[in-house]
Design a protein around this ligand. Sequence first.
Ligand SMILES: *[C@@H]1O[C@H](CO)[C@@H](O)[C@H](O)[C@H]1NC(C)=O
Ligand SMILES: *[C@@H]1O[C@H](CO)[C@@H](O)[C@H](O)[C@H]1NC(C)=O
Ligand SMILES: *[C@@H]1O[C@H](CO)[C@@H](O)[C@H](O)[C@H]1NC(C)=O
Ligand SMILES: *[C@@H]1O[C@H](CO)[C@@H](O)[C@H](O)[C@H]1NC(C)=O
Ligand SMILES: *[C@@H]1O[C@H](CO)[C@@H](O)[C@H](O)[C@H]1NC(C)=O
Ligand SMILES: *[C@@H]1O[C@H](CO)[C@@H](O)[C@H](O)[C@H]1NC(C)=O
Ligand SMILES: [Zn+2]
Length: 502
Amino acid sequence: MSGGGPLGRPALLFLLLVAAIPFFGSAVSIDAARTQLLMREKMMQLGGQLVLTEQEELANERLMALKKAEVTQAMKIQNFPPSMHFFQAKNLIEKSEVFNILKKMPKGAALHVHDFGILSMSWLVTNVTYRPHCHFCITPKGALKFKFAYPTPPTPLAAECSEWVLLEKYRKEMQNVTEFDSGLLKNFTLMTENPEVDYANQNIVWSKFQRIFFTISGLVHYAPVFRDYVFQALEEFYQDNVLYLELRAMLFPVYELNGTIHDQEWSVRTYREVACMFAKKHPGFIGLKLIYSDHRMRNVSFIMKSVQRAMMLRNTFPRMVAGFDLVGHEDTGHSLYDYREALMIPSLHGVKLPYFFHAGETDWQGTSIDRNLLDALLLNSTRIGHGFALTKHPAVWADSWKKNIPIEVCPISNQVLKLVSDLRNHPAAVLMATGYPMVISSDDPAVFGAKGLSYDFYEAFMGIGGMAADLRTLKQLAMNSIKEREHKQGEQQREREKQAPR
Ligand SMILES: *[C@@H]1O[C@H](CO)[C@@H](O)[C@H](O)[C@H]1NC(C)=O
Ligand SMILES: *[C@@H]1O[C@H](CO)[C@@H](O)[C@H](O)[C@H]1NC(C)=O
Ligand SMILES: *[C@@H]1O[C@H](CO)[C@@H](O)[C@H](O)[C@H]1NC(C)=O
Ligand SMILES: *[C@@H]1O[C@H](CO)[C@@H](O)[C@H](O)[C@H]1NC(C)=O
Ligand SMILES: *[C@@H]1O[C@H](CO)[C@@H](O)[C@H](O)[C@H]1NC(C)=O
Ligand SMILES: *[C@@H]1O[C@H](CO)[C@@H](O)[C@H](O)[C@H]1NC(C)=O
Ligand SMILES: [Zn+2]
């Protein structure tokens, strides 16, 4: 081909240039606009306004390089741990370099954890069930139950449990103790190889969840074990770089070998003593507080009494008892609105009883249970446990933000208890992107096969926050958990000053 015909080379070049110039020109302005949008979103997200020190910037670069490598690799072979069930992801997570950095990082406080779900269950098997005078029986429904006693306690009613068997004697006559012990451990956690098959729906997983607490109750409420449990649990969190805890505690009766039963004041005092002793041996440890909790299966008149007990306990132990909450499966329990009469008692008497309600731990939008979020707000909850459904309630969302009510996000708990399967789809992703105040916690890590806070921080950092989350996010999360605590202490200080005689 020769000359500059209509489709000759120079003409083609010209056409390309004509087409490319405006395209290139608009690309520049699109780029600027994109950058601006990205910057705006970066400022909005949780921790986005934090300014890192030079050293922190350097650390952030390294952390983000590792994170990027892990995410890129996971995208390639589609094995991203936060999108898998935790039971199947756990081994992968433990191999992650990001996870190992998270373990070493200061994580502040664990503000949403429950009394007997916080210490690795293997400790119960290898230490507690090997103590002398440990008996077990099996209920008609097949659940294990334990009791320390000497001499052997009388046989329970057949409708309740089988004969008591002394574990020490039973183990001596056994063929394979290792096998038996691993069976015990299976009774103490939800861990299984096929969670999707074994826990087909929320009710099934919740019933096993509750059975676990029923089973370990006789172990952890034995006075010598109770003390050791609290100490060891603090140790496990301290090892994970957590320096302060607020425990939702039911304060069930603690018993001695001879059958003596202690009251709730004894339990609170013991928590206080153990935390004190622990603090002496562990530099930097800040402490432990209790959020007295009752079960949402209870009727209104029962909860009226427990609200009054909470007021009394807080009055007796103002520095130990932070407030009150209601626990248990939200979907099948009473709503906060059902309990309104009971929950209004403190304010009617002019008494301050801070609330820390579990609310919105549900997928059932628009039900009476889902409205717990409204009532948590109206009852001035200091924080909201889970708040999983918060993004479905724009008005509550706006008001609770205005009142600076943080949510306590527990990613692994929400996944194992079947509210969400892929943690990239956790609703906290929206809240994190908009900078809503939140803390990360682990609920009952021991029951889920996790430990401390690091596994949940990993899921939040990698899955919920995605590539947008960086060191600022982590720093903000840790700061939020401590700020929450200081805020409350300041408030208590003011209260004490008000009450002090002049
Ligand atoms: C259990 O642990 C405690 C320390 O918490 C220790 O004193 C005790 O000897 C251990 N018991 C057994 C049976 O391992
Ligand atoms: C005991 O059971 C475990 C599996 O639970 C098995 O690995 C081990 O070989 C068994 N030991 C004996 C002595 O049979
Ligand atoms: C619980 O323990 C009992 C008694 O050791 C055992 O037979 C059973 O298999 C265990 N349950 C599970 C789910 O492993
Ligand atoms: C029961 O045991 C506890 C703790 O060992 C002890 O303080 C208490 O005096 C005992 N009570 C009776 C009635 O023996
Ligand atoms: C509430 O529950 C308690 C114990 O669970 C029971 O004794 C009481 O009768 C119940 N009250 C009402 C009004 O149902
Ligand atoms: C919640 O706080 C508001 C505003 O401070 C107050 O009017 C209301 O009585 C409080 N409600 C309860 C139940 O404490
Ligand atoms: Zn909880």
